[in-house]
Design a protein around this ligand. Structure first.
Ligand code: ADP
Ligand code: TRP
Length: 322
């Protein structure tokens, strides 16, 4: 079985873009892969300074992942602060990382341009990410397109370390999922918590409906035939239901035939979301009340991850002469 590792920053409420672009894939891989999914809490410190909000987000992301269908019996879920050896590994890697490698990384510049305060932690973020990955010896790292460069850096750092110290790290492959595409938000731009355009599938029914009704569309009338591929409502529907689903084809036909207004398309999307996430919404309410279950999941996840991480870190430390 191939081993898979991925991480998610607990920096805000998960949305339909995260679900369709990343989470759904983890859920599908659980039966065929050895899975490690962690909450990148140390990474979140590069952009969050509100300790209470961070604590709450960390918990919420774990609950939401389980609610979305990540099964702790199959997937090891853990918090980054429960595997602190990764910070030691990050140091070992930073000592073989040429400074220009970080200068070339684009996410630092992008984040500072977005208003995230500059810090050394933000600057060396990719080294910590490389440590998260290499520490678990994974074969595959499923991530979004935006993370491609970080996986390249991880591979480069692993090769450099191996070059100096012998065959210590396995070189993992990125697994970048294109077919989900970029899910647009209510304003038609990429759905992202930084743009205030997200749809949160756990919202109460009424505010959820209001949010969906806000999706921007053009001004064609009810009877006009419409192009589904340029409509945000349809794009969100397709990302959730899948491009090959009969429901997606049926909705596409209704656009093309005319006779359906955008209000009705939005109504269809609202109903689809409530139905698609019905189990997740129910499960989330149960989990919110079951702190001890969530604690036990995280404890077991950290134990499993630490077994590998301690081993890999020992190997790297000894190889380096310590
Ligand atoms: P955000 O842009 O809201 O800050 P993140 O950068 O935390 O989201 O993304 C977490 C995961 O979700 C990544 O794997 C990313 O590729 C995926 N993702 C985020 N937004 C979208 C989107 N609009 N469409 C598809 N995938 C997305
Ligand atoms: N940088 C990733 C993001 O913003 C989160 C992350 C941290 C990660 N460490 C990782 C993803 C290791 C995959 C593997 O989405």
């Amino acid at each position: 079985m191939k081993r898979v590792l991925s991480g998610i920053q607990p920096s805000g409420q998960l949305h339909i873009g995260n679900y369709a672009g990343a989470i759904q894939q983890f859920v599908r891989m659980q039966d065929t892969h050895e899975m490690y999914v962690f909450i990148a809490s140390y990474h979140a410190l590069t952009s969050m300074r509100d300790a209470d909000a961070l604590r709450a987000n960390i918990r919420q992301v774990v609950i939401d992942y389980i609610a979305f269908g990540l099964n702790p019996e199959k997937t090891n879920i853990y918090l980054q602060q429960d595997v602190p050896a990764v910070t030691e590994l990050a140091w070992l890697l930073s000592c073989v990382c040429p400074k220009h490698m970080m200068d070339k990384a684009t996410s630092y510049k992008d984040k500072v341009a977005k208003g995230i305060p500059s810090s050394v932690g933000l600057y060396t973020y990719p080294i910590l990410q490389a440590a998260d990955i290499l520490a678990v010896d994974p074969d595959l790292v499923p991530v979004g397109e935006d993370q491609r460069q970080h996986i390249e850096i991880t591979r480069d750092l692993a090769s450099k370390f191996n070059h100096y110290y012998g065959d210590i790290f396995k070189i993992p492959d990125a697994m970048i999922r294109r077919e989900a595409g970029v899910v647009p938000g209510v304003d038609g731009q990429k759905m992202s918590k930084s743009y205030d355009n997200t749809i949160d599938p756990f919202m109460d029914e009424k505010p959820l409906r209001k949010r969906i009704m806000k999706i921007k569309t053009d001004s064609l009338g009810i009877d006009d035939p419409k192009d589904p591929d340029t409509c945000t409502v349809y794009q969100i529907f397709r990302a959730l239901a899948g491009p090959d689903a009969p429901e997606t084809a049926a909705l596409s036909d209704r656009y093309k035939n005319g006779g359906m207004g955008y209000g009705e398309a939005k109504q269809t999307l609202h109903e689809y979301i409530l139905d698609h996430f019905a189990d997740a919404r129910k499960k989330r309410i149960e989990l919110m009340d079951d702190q001890s279950y969530v604690d036990s999941v995280l404890k077991a996840g950290a134990e499993a991850a630490n077994k590998i991480i301690t081993n890999v870190t020992d190997r790297a430390r000894t190889a380096a002469g310590l």
